[in-house]
Write a protein that binds this ligand. Structure first.
Ligand code: ATP
Length: 332
């Protein structure tokens, strides 16, 4: 039987949300008594992740992804429900647990800004009690793989965003964690840095079989790295399955792209049920077409509007996600 790395059951996190009424008098009143309501960040979430899986956690802004990652890594205490990570209850923060996990938050680094990354790594070596030889070997290997060996002694504040993220990854991997939580590791990075970090994570995971939970706003990350995706909306799990099945959630559809000689009439009824996405000022369109209608619908379009190029492909996950974010009831 496969070993389970993470299991949670009915995991819930509620927050007090303070309400401030407008006006000066209300501001003074709020100094004495603050009204609040209870908001739910994560709502009765069940999840099981096997050892060595790379799972993508997806959802719109404010869906509860970061709250979930914080509960998995023990930074915040659940309001109710159960969570076990590598046999530990995360929020107890036992040292044995901390040595087995790592959390990288793209929005919030753990490295000190005013000192070189190397100094932070040395502190982490002490904190995690990493043997000197193993530390040197590991740091050398990670820094080489990420192409930052020459930057270890540069103050973190002087590094570019991409270089800083690479240092954050090294910091999280030095102690050889068994499970890694990556919350938006590529956020704000340019395309090249995104690709480098993506390739590094894929390679690292393949070599080490580490369990990884990843959140990202970039579907390219999810597409390239994750076999399984979990969708979260309003704190609730709405989908858990393979990326292939996710791609076919909207039915057996193909993605048809047509490039025209000149801009065409976007109000024509021919597009009405094909979810058109217009590009190049109306000279190019991307359509979702049911597989069984693909031949006829393509002929109809080409007969009506002079085209210079067209292609069909499997519906990209990005497009499926976009449609689901706009119409979450599809998953009900
Ligand atoms: N400390 C807190 N106090 C009050 N509410 C909070 C707190 N942390 C999170 N929330 C609320 O919980 C919900 C989930 O937030 P969370 O940060 O987990 O979302 P997310 O999916 O990570 O969003 P994003 O993609 O924008 O980072 C939001 O409504 C948020 O306002």
């Amino acid at each position: 039987m496969d070993e389970i790395s993470l299991a949670c059951n009915g995991l819930t996190k509620t927050f007090k949300k303070y309400i401030k009424k407008p006006g000066v008098i209300e501001s003074f009143k709020s100094l004495v008594r603050r009204d609040f309501e209870i908001g739910t960040g994560v709502d009765h979430f069940d999840l099981e992740i096997r050892k060595g899986e790379l799972v993508g956690l997806l959802g719109p802004n404010g869906a509860g992804k970061t709250t979930l990652m914080k509960m998995f890594s023990g930074i915040i205490v659940p309001s109710s429900g159960a969570c076990q990570v590598l046999g530990h209850t995360p929020h107890r923060r036992a040292m044995a647990f901390r040595k087995k996990i790592a959390l990288v938050m793209g929005q919030k680094g753990q490295l000190w800004w005013d000192i070189p990354a190397m100094d932070s790594f040395l502190l982490l070596q002490k904190y995690y009690e990493i043997d000197e030889q193993r530390f040197k070997q590991r740091l050398g290997h990670l820094a080489d793989s990420l192409g930052v060996s020459t930057l270890l002694n540069v103050h973190v504040r002087r590094l570019s965003l991409g270089e800083r993220m690479k240092m954050e990854l090294i910091a999280c991997l030095l102690h050889e964690p068994e499970i890694i939580f990556l919350d938006e590791p590529t956020i704000g990075l340019d395309l090249i840095s995104q690709q480098t970090i993506r390739a590094f994570i894929a390679d690292y995971q393949q070599r080490n079989g580490t369990t990884i939970v990843l959140t990202s706003h970039y579907m390219a990350d999810i597409d390239a790295l994750c076999d399984r995706i979990v969708l979260i909306f309003d704190g609730k799990k709405t989908y858990d399955g393979s990326i292939e099945d996710f791609g076919s959630i909207l039915g057996r559809e193909k993605f048809l792209t047509v490039q025209f000689e000149q801009a065409v009439d976007q109000t024509d009824s021919i597009w009405s049920d094909l979810d058109p996405k217009w590009l190049s000022g109306g000279q190019k369109v991307e359509l979702r077409v049911p597989e069984e209608q693909l031949r006829q619908r393509t002929i109809d379009i080409l007969q009506k509007f002079p085209a210079i190029d067209f292609q069909t492909e499997k519906l990209p996950v990005e497009r499926v996600m976009h449609t689901i974010l706009a119409n979450p009831e599809i998953l009900e």
